[in-house]
Structure formats: C-alpha cells, structure tokens
Design a protein around this ligand. Structure first.
Ligand code: GMT
Length: 376
C-alpha cells in the first residue's frame, strides 16, 4: 500500500496529548509513513528517525499585537507544509485552536486535504463549558473530516455538550511499551530516603487543580496511620506551591516527597506499590497505563474515562470524587495483602498490553488515515 505523508499538529510540551501525538507519529514513521510535525517547538519525546520531520511555527512579537496571533501563524505554516511536502492528510490533536488553524490552512492553501481531529479532554470538558468557546469547538469538529475521542466518556460528553453535526469515533490512548515495562530501579528507593520495608504510593501529573492532589495527601494521611509508607508526588505545575504549604502545615514533610519533573518514570514506578489519580476531570488518564505497564495497580475516581481504564476490583479500585477515606481503605487492601496485590499487578499488565495494545490502536488510526487519503 502507498505510504502516506501526514502532517501532525499538537502541543509539543509535557502533557498526555503531546505524548500520544508524538508516540503515534513515531509509530507511523516506523511503519514507513512520512510524518511532519508542525509545532511551536520540537515535541519533547521525538527521537531522530529518517521518516520524521519537524517544521517549527515561528511567531514574532510585533508591538502592534497585544497577543501574538499563534493560531494564524500555525495556519500559515500548515498551509506552507501542505504545499511544499504534498501532504496526504493532517492529524490535529485538540479542537481548539488546532482544528481551527487546520481549517484556515486548507483554505489558505486552496487544498482539499483530509483532516482528522483527536479530542483529548480539556478542549471539550473545560472549553466546551465556556459558552464563548463552545461554538468554536463545534466549528473545529464540523470542519474536520473525522473526529476521534480518547475515551467513550469523552465521546459521549462531546456529543451532548457540543452537539456537532458529525459522528465521533472512540480510539483509546496507548503508551510506548518499550519504555514502560518493569525495570530494575537499582538504588532509587534508598536514594530517595525510603526504607526497604516501606510501601510507596505514587502520583504523577502536571499539578493542575483538576488533579485534586490535596485529596491524595489527605488519603495518604489515613494510610500512613496504619502502614509505614511514603507518598511520591512527581511532576510540577500551578498547584505546587500550595501543596508544599499544605504538606508543611500537616507536618508531613518526612513522608511526602516532591520529586519535581522526572524522566525516570519506569524506575519510579518500579519502586511504587499503588498509583493514585483522584482527578475531578480526566478524559482518559494516560498515567494509569504507564503505571499498569510497570505493574502498579491504581486507585482512581469514578469519573470521565478513568472507569474505562481501571476495572474496579481487578486492576485497581474506583472511588467517588473526594472520598479520601475509601481511597485510603482500598489502597490499604492492596498494601497489606501481597496475594491480592500480585493478582491486581497481573491484571494491570493484562489491561495495558491487551486492551490498550499499541499495535492495534495504531492500526485503527492508520485505517482512518487511508480512508481519508483515499477519499481525496
Ligand atoms: O491531564 C492534563 O492535564 C493534560 C491533558 C493534555 O492536554 O495533555 O491531558 C488530557 O489528554 C490526555 C491524553 O489524551 C488524557 O490522558 C488526559 O486524561 C486528558 N486530561 C484531562 O481530561 C484533564
């Protein structure tokens, strides 16, 4: 079959959507397709590959603009790349602003190139509630030839909130199985000052308020009364300063470790017993898959796409938003029962490598790519 030339538009910085877009682009390149990333900076997980190309979107801060018009600069760059590289299709991650920029670029380039838009969550669950942006999200979806959502929950929410005139398909996220698998953490546990017998609870995120990290700390307070343990908070973001304050006020500095942003996630997961994700909004929860593929069961909230990843009582437990007591009790079940933990660990591997198997998910996107490119 003919190999395709695909333009990929995403947020290149740290964040689940950027990770998924980059990993998908890499997998497509490995399959022989020519992949052109059109982004403000090089995606942080993009390695060198002969089939991968990077086109930077540059924007000058002209004094006349109060806000630099990034969306227009992006559209302009996409239009250039469509023409120069003779792209077969565009895959944009996020309806706003990327699907809008893609629609504008098509018009600028006078092209009928196919556009596939993948919704990742915040573009619908937050922007969609803003009445001034709802129409923009709908426009972005309606202008796309194909729209996908990263979970069934996000698909349903988009249909009921945005009411687009197009069908939306669910294609789940996946992770790089070559990176996320059980590894030898060497001396990491003692390097972090954690005792050999101590249990480890881990949370990894961008520390936004939707992650409700305060709930994780409150749940951990209950856990540590019964079980000698440490809580690892991995990442950074807007809530960091307030969380440091909370930990200090609660006198928990000894037992809660802020690691900052780290690259050695498989090693950190290798020393962890349970992963916490108690968000109030989460379209998918990519970190759950990262944990599962390293054998770490999870406690998550029963919202958004989380119940599509965590099977309650199998690879983790689900609790309602804010139920820190039940989250602690469920975690203690796993921390205090080795057999149960091992059973959940095996189920977690199964979920990551079977239900969310990268090859089968990449194939689903590839089929859509051919459908789009063939129809033009
Ligand atoms: O979770 C975040 O804050 C980052 C955000 C993003 O834009 O990268 O994540 C969203 O997309 C991820 C990849 O599809 C999903 O796994 C996350 O659940 C989703 N976040 C939210 O819905 C809050």
């Amino acid at each position: 079959m003919k190999k395709l030339k695909v333009g990929v538009i995403c947020y290149p910085t740290l964040g689940g959507s950027g990770v998924v877009a980059t990993e998908l682009g890499k997998k497509m390149a490995e399959k022989g397709h020519e992949v052109h990333f059109i982004t403000s900076s090089k995606p942080f997980r993009l390695d060198v590959h002969p089939n991968v190309h990077f086109h930077e979107v540059k924007i000058d801060g002209y004094a006349v603009f109060k806000y630099p018009p990034y969306d227009i600069a992006l559209a302009n760059r996409i239009a250039q790349v469509i023409e120069q590289e003779h792209l077969d299709l565009l895959h944009v991650h996020y309806a706003v602003p990327h699907a809008i920029s893609a629609a504008l670029a098509k018009d600028m380039a006078n092209s009928d190139i196919g556009v596939i838009t993948t919704l990742h969550g915040t573009d619908v669950t937050i922007l969609g509630h803003d009445l001034t942006l709802r129409n923009t999200v709908r426009y972005g979806i309606n202008k796309s030839d194909i729209t996908t959502a990263v979970s069934e929950s996000l698909r349903q929410e988009t249909l009921s909130l945005i009411k687009p005139n197009k069908e939306i398909l669910t294609i789940y996220n996946f992770i790089d199985e070559e990176k996320y698998h059980p590894v030898d953490p060497k001396t990491l546990k003692s390097d972090l000052g954690i005792g050999k017998e101590e249990k480890v609870i881990i949370h990894i995120s961008n520390f936004r308020s939707v992650k409700r990290i305060g709930d994780i700390i409150n749940s951990f307070k209950i856990i540590r009364e019964r079980c000698s343990s440490k809580l690892l908070l991995v990442g950074t973001g807007p809530e960091l300063i307030g969380l440091h304050e909370m930990v200090k006020n609660e006198g928990l500095q000894e037992d809660i470790i802020f690691t900052g942003k780290r690259d050695d996630l498989p090693e950190l997961l290798a020393i962890s017993d349970v992963l916490f994700l108690l968000s109030e909004k989460e379209a998918f929860g990519l970190v759950l898959l990262e944990g599962f593929s390293c054998g770490v069961p999870a406690i998550g909230t029963n919202i958004g796409g989380i119940p599509e990843v965590i099977e309650d009582g199998k690879n983790g437990y689900l609790v309602e938003i804010g139920d820190v007591q039940l989250a602690a009790e469920r975690a203690l079940l796993l921390l205090e029962n080795e057999h149960l933990h091992e059973e959940f660990r095996q189920n977690a591997f199964h979920t990551a490598f079977k239900k969310f198997n990268s090859d089968s998910i990449v194939q689903q996107y590839e089929r859509l790519y051919y459908e789009l490119a063939g129809g033009k």
